[in-house]
Design a protein around this ligand. Structure first.
Ligand code: PBG
Length: 324
């Protein structure tokens, strides 16, 4: 008698046959490494909640780019931390601002061998930590914020970015940025829209990394409610209509259903952001010896790919690239 279970077991007998029939392979080509560059520090600073990740100086960032190129990782995404923050995040569009300088630095090291993505938002640049202009009643002014985003897009484009990734979740941000880029002559800079970005508890370590403090406040009025799935499809369709070239789902592991459904409704490339809290949880449990860090990282990142993502923004990029 042949039981179907026995047939399945026969196909798991050894590593070679498991490899032969495997459906999903994690590859170094899937990775985008998030990098932080901070103005006004003399040396790279470790980030306590993200072991192995640093706030870079302009020089240490260039050295990091060399390592990333040597590992064969195809892309990075840059986040800037200015020395001075203010109410509107002026440093985000200063042509000599830290992230603009860093984009130019990275480009000078990597040429076309690396896709330099720049995150476009103001939360790392504002003193209140919101992703836009805050009105007197404490709410974020969507349309005023779009004007700032346009200026940032032009500044990043002029600095030489390869791709812009708006993460602020303002309505109409993709159309506004596309228009600003086209008017500036940057028809060839693609937009990766953080389309389905949830108001997650998993961004904690990022806020330490980017020196962002959100006092007595949250982002639930513009980031998505994690109880909702259909809403994410509306966000994705809206961004595609506005001209997004690729879309992103964030965080990753708690939103695999969103990635899978996004895969059904669009044929553009889909990115997933395995965020700071996802990385930190694995690192912390690994440090305690409760889990095998590398195995869990590979398992999670492979699951993200299996669910339908084409590429993954992950703090594990370097570590896992070197053992694939
Ligand atoms: C906003 C932005 C955030 C992250 C990426 N872009 C922070 C936030 O929305 O609070 C978080 C990424 C992570 O947690 O790794 N500019």
């Amino acid at each position: 008698m042949i039981f179907p279970q026995q047939r399945l077991r026969r196909l798991r007998k050894n590593g070679a046959i498991r490899r032969l029939i495997s459906e999903t392979a994690l590859n170094v080509d899937d990775f985008v490494a998030p990098l932080f560059v901070r103005e006004g520090i003399a040396e790279a600073q470790p980030i306590a909640s993200l072991p192995g990740i640093f706030q870079h100086t302009r020089d240490s960032l260039k050295a990091e780019i060399d390592e990333i190129l040597n590992l064969g990782i195809p892309s990075i995404i840059l986040f800037g931390i200015p020395a001075k923050k203010d109410a509107t995040g002026t440093e985000a569009w200063n042509p000599d601002g830290i992230v603009q300088q860093a984009i130019t630095d990275c480009k000078s090291v990597s040429g076309d061998d690396l896709v330099i993505m720049s995150d476009l938002c103001v939360d790392e640049y504002t003193d209140h930590g919101h992703c836009g202009v805050v009105k007197e009643d404490g709410s974020v002014d969507n349309d005023l914020t779009l004007d700032l985003y346009k200026k940032i897009a032009v500044a990043q484009a002029n600095a030489g970015t390869d791709l812009i990734a708006p993460s602020g979740m303002m309505d109409g941000q993709v159309a506004a940025i596309r228009q600003a880029l086209d008017e500036n002559g940057n028809l060839d800079i693609p937009i990766l829209a953080y389309s389905a970005k949830y108001a997650s508890g998993l961004y904690g370590p990022f806020r330490e990394a980017a020196n962002v403090t959100l006092e007595n406040s949250d982002r639930k009025s513009y980031q998505q409610d994690w109880r909702n799935k259909r809403e994410a499809m509306n966000e994705i369709k809206a961004d595609l209509n506005e001209g997004a070239d690729m879309i992103m789902v964030k965080p990753a592991i708690t939103y695999l259903d969103i990635i899978a459904q996004a895969r059904e409704i669009t044929d553009v490339p889909i990115g997933a952001y395995h965020v700071s809290g996802e990385y930190a949880m694995i690192k912390a449990a690994g440090e305690k010896g409760w889990i095998d860090e590398k195995q869990v990282a590979i398992e999670q990142l492979t699951a993200v790919k299996r669910s339908g993502a084409n590429f993954i923004l992950t703090y594990f990029a370097k570590e896992i690239a070197s053992c694939l």
